[in-house]
Design a protein around this ligand. Sequence first.
Ligand code: FNR
Length: 183
Amino acid sequence: TTRNVAVIVGSPRKESLNRKVAQALIGIAPTNLKLTIIDIADLPHFSQDWEADPPQNVIDFRARIKPADAVLFVTPEYNRSVPGVLKNAIDIASRPYGEGVWLGKPGAIISASPGPTGGFGAAHHLRQVAAAVGLAILPQPEVYLGGVDKLIDDAGKLDERSEKFLGKFLAAFAQWIDRNAQT
Ligand code: FNR
């Protein structure tokens, strides 16, 4: 079975290293994983004021996540935590109460940074948030890509070692999706 994976990049930056990693993953994913990047940069700041009548792009975002078999986060670390733009997107699709689209989906987290700690703090804060919205996050392998600017070239190609490691990660994620799939 082909599994559709919604990929959410935690950086809105055009030249985002995390986006480049996400794009590289699309190229090396096993044939049964179809990875699609879902954009979050243009989402409005969440407000409960519009819960009854949300903006169209909010409706569209929820509708894109809902049918996905799984979710993959690829995120930088901002000040040792999850970038606000990513937390905002998760909050948006967690509401209205009881109708959150994350609930029960298998998921996985990759964090990446040019710095040495590879976004560890963001990844673990994200695990906490993911638990709150009912995502079943792949426990292992854990993926913190330190020095990521050195791991990917200008053409968006990963070095051999990273490609091998991320290939293993994707294979483990595919198994995790099969074990935890809702359909
Ligand atoms: C950062 N950066 C950063 N890096 C890190 O390893 N730990 C951190 O806590 C932070 N904090 C932080 C805060 C803010 C507001 C910014 C803008 C940046 C640096 C960050 O890892 C770097 O800019 C990455 O390149 C951002 O990811 P993208 O946009 O390349 O995917």
